[in-house]
Design a protein around this ligand. Sequence first.
Ligand code: BDP
Length: 717
Amino acid sequence: MKKRLLILTLLFWNATSLLAESGYRLWMRYDLVINEEQRGEYINLLKNIAMKTPSASLRAASQELEQGLSGLLGRKIPVVVSGITAGSIVAGTPLSSTIIKGLKLNIRLETLGEEGYLLSSIVYQSKKVTVIAANSDIGVMYGVFHLLRLIQTNQSVSDLNITDQPRLKYRVLNHWDNLDRTVERGYAGFSLWNWHTLPGYVQQRYVDYARANASIGINGTVLTNVNANSLILTDEYLPKVAAIANVLRPYGIKVYLTARFSSPIELGKLKTADPLNEEVKKWWKDKTDEIYTYIPDFGGFLVKANSEGQPGPQSYGRSHADGANVLADALAPHKGIVMWRAFVYSNDKPEDRFKQAFNEFKPLDGQFRANVMVQVKNGPIDFQPREPFSPLFGAMPKTPLMMEFQITQEYLGQGTHLVYQAPLYKEVLDADTYTKGKGSTVAKVIDGSLDNHSISGMAGVANIGDDLNWTGHLFGQSNWYAFGRLAWNHELSSIAIADEWTRMTFTNDTRFVQTVKGIMMNSRENLVNYMTPLGLHHIMGWDHHYGPGPWIKDKPRADWTAFYYHKADRTAIGFDRTASGSNALSQYAPEVSSFYGDLKTCPPEYLLWFHRLPWTYQLKDGKSLWESLCQRYQFGAASMEGVQKDWNSIAGIIDQERFEQVKMLLAIQKEEVWWWHDACLAYFQSRSELPFPARITAPKKSLEFYENQVFHFVPGI
Ligand code: BDP
């Protein structure tokens, strides 16, 4: 009888999961553990959940554990309020659980901070139990997700002795979502936030969004676009924001908003937004106090000011520090923070765009209030497939700098390219700034350890929309996942994260996992090769940034063209940023500047970022620059065939629906990859006037053909 029930239950699970294979469940699938031996171990060790749930967070954590385990183990794992048995999972804080209090774990817990946790297999009153303990309810939630992850990835849980805590304090998604639900640079449909039906209608999706973020440790979200609309700060919208905040709160996620600097004029009807004006200061203070009446744990503001047409303090002759501080003072009594972006540059300045943020912000070091973080994009230009790290990292020791990565693939193939970005993030985090000697990595700058800051953070521009599978491309989910995991612990390796994600999202089947990891780990380097090899940058299509556009020139803003960045002519190509050129290299520590500046040491990956070189320049491998450029485009484009073959080789291991989703997108990607190859080679040949080396596929069409292609309604603008 029991067996029949189990079979029926399994059938039911199978049926529902078959119906739901859109990718909606992300990496939180909780399907039955297939490996019977492994499942047997779990069933023996994890029989019930002994957990009191006096708070919304603990309730959510226990629900997650109950649902997760019941799915994974194929049987109901009940929550019991009292009565420990062998196989209990004892979860809680010293406050919520008398057992945990009695375990005298407190000393170990103290070292784990507010969000850390421990997982421990212990014998309690001669019964073997699993403990999940933390100082706070949200710490317990993180511990719950860790235990679930171990099971989802089929690891043993019989002898646990794990402690963990985040390396960064603020781990934040930045949604570039507009109030009309379009998403700037969004390729996964419209905004998640349905402002029209809020606050009355609270979608299940908001809850699942919160669960997904909590599962990877994200603890903040900026709901609105950096190109901000002041309406979000009005009493029309604040109740809606509050409704979202209420859903996210139990999952430890705070809500932040973008603040349009001219709001005192637009909403307050003041004549100025000068940050030193008393009325303006009072306006921000009153407005902030009002926000806290709606959202008592509001996180704070993210601001883009005096950049790409956004209003800012400089319009009043004030500095970015003056601007940030007026908001910081308004937020300080409520413990809120300001994330002030350093993405600032102007076309009117005759200065290399690379250098402008540094020139603007470095002199302000030490002038920001304690609750301000300056949020710096990973590279000096703009989220290119490969950029050197921004020279601001390490250059402002008195200011906590927050990392800004772009998860959405504005410059990385948008919605159609499979690109796993953890290697990009890691490359930046591991880069050595040398600002305090060897080992002064970017990671140590942003985690606060290099300069002793108590606040630290990482922001990721979200790739999430209302697409059924959240991110448009299923593999976009891996970038959301990797961002969260690295914000939690920047020491994790890309491959370890890929391994976890693949197992949780798809299957633990060894052949599948190995193959997919291979595809993921090569994807970013392939992309650099077929888009911007040898340090080329910013050569994408005009405005929508879709596809290649190395020919873009003579537009109203030179720094938005491609030509500005490569200046290819008959003799040479590249941007001279050495002392004989813009000398941007001088913004780095001497070790870094001489490493990139010296052609003997500059890696080929960064060559044209820093050097202007003749086409005939000979690389270390003996090839000419021209040959090498052509070969990299060829290599990058040709890689797609292998990727498709690899993907096809694992057909049948996972559900048909998600398999086909990826397969169709790989076919589109292949076309686009050859389009990049053909268009770029046609263009650069028109500049170099050199013949293609042997074994280079000639472009299918003329350069004019590529130049004249027009695309209507490209998403994201
Ligand atoms: C660029 C995007 C633009 C953003 C801007 C920013 O093209 O849409 O508004 O960055 O980060 O990458 O503010």
